[in-house]
Design a protein around this ligand. Structure first.
Ligand code: ADP
Ligand code: ADP
Length: 239
């Protein structure tokens, strides 16, 4: 069973069809890069998986479980807000704009979800957050506030926050696009290291070097569809 299956998903915004029957499977431990021109539906795809957008057709499964619906007395019903939160807990998304809470310290940004949502004891969550901060090279920033960090540092904190809930899958929506060019590499290095620990990752990106060197598979989208899905080495050998 794939960790994630996207089957024939359709998503419309008014007259615009952002996803027009997009399909994709992602297996445990895989790193999948999603490439394609601007407007091809890449961001919409991961936002639909993360339940930030409701889909208009098709289906999505996480570990074989239908996303967006729950079974009540044998009938499938669209999720309540509580149900949606429960499903979203099993994934983490890293956004272009970091999305850290500005009035919380770096440490609190990382421990909040494990403590408040997953019920992990505070002490344990803090220890784990410190471990993750060490991994992203920011142990000395635990008590700092996001505004005191560079964009690259904020994004590394956002990645640590994503990992802290131990998600089944990590989704990245152009994680380096908002960064000054000289800060891109530190974030890609963090992602590369994360990939090497066996995390299942879907990465929407324009960074072809990252796709080539780190991704297992490259998916190319155009006009709301997945038009290519191949091992990364093959994808770049004969494009
Ligand atoms: P990509 O990530 O590949 O650049 P997007 O998923 O952002 O593409 O967008 C796909 C299409 O859907 C585009 O035509 C875009 O303008 C449209 N779109 C995306 N989000 C919205 C929205 N919230 N409202 C209206 N149109 C949208
Ligand atoms: P292993 O489980 O093989 O010992 P590691 O010790 O490398 O893996 O990683 C331990 C934990 O730290 C894992 O949950 C992994 O996902 C996480 N991790 C590794 N690298 C990073 C990173 N760059 N940023 C955030 N978390 C990371």
């Amino acid at each position: 069973v794939p960790v994630l299956e996207v089957a024939n998903v359709v998503k419309r915004f008014g007259d615009t069809t952002a996803l027009d029957g997009a399909s994709l499977k992602v297996y445990e431990g895989e790193v999948v890069a999603i490439l394609g021109p601007s407007g091809s539906g890449k961001s919409t795809l991961v936002r639909c998986v993360d339940q930030l957008e409701a889909i208009d057709g098709g289906a999505m499964f996480l570990d074989g479980e239908l996303l967006g619906y729950e079974r009540i007395h044998g009938h499938l019903r669209p999720l309540t807000d509580a149900g949606r939160r429960r499903q979203r807990r099993r994934m983490s998304m890293v956004f272009q704009q970091f999305n850290l809470f500005p009035h919380w310290s770096v440490l609190r940004n990382i421990t909040e979800a494990p403590v408040a949502v997953h019920g992990i004891p505070e002490r344990e969550a803090r220890a784990r957050a410190m471990e993750l901060l060490e991994r992203v090279g920011l142990s000395d920033k635990a008590d700092a506030y996001p505004r005191h960090l560079s964009g690259g540092q904020q994004q590394r904190v956002a990645i640590a926050r994503g990992v802290a809930v131990d998600p089944r899958i990590l989704l990245f929506d152009e994680p380096t696009s908002a960064l000054d060019p000289e800060l891109v590499d530190e974030v890609l290095q963090t992602m590369k290291q994360l990939a090497s620990t066996g995390r299942t990752m879907v990465v929407v990106t324009h960074e072809l070097e990252f796709a080539r060197n780190v991704a297992d598979r490259c998916v190319f989208m155009a006009e709301g569809k997945v038009i290519e899905d191949r091992p990364a080495d093959e994808f770049f050998r004969d494009p």
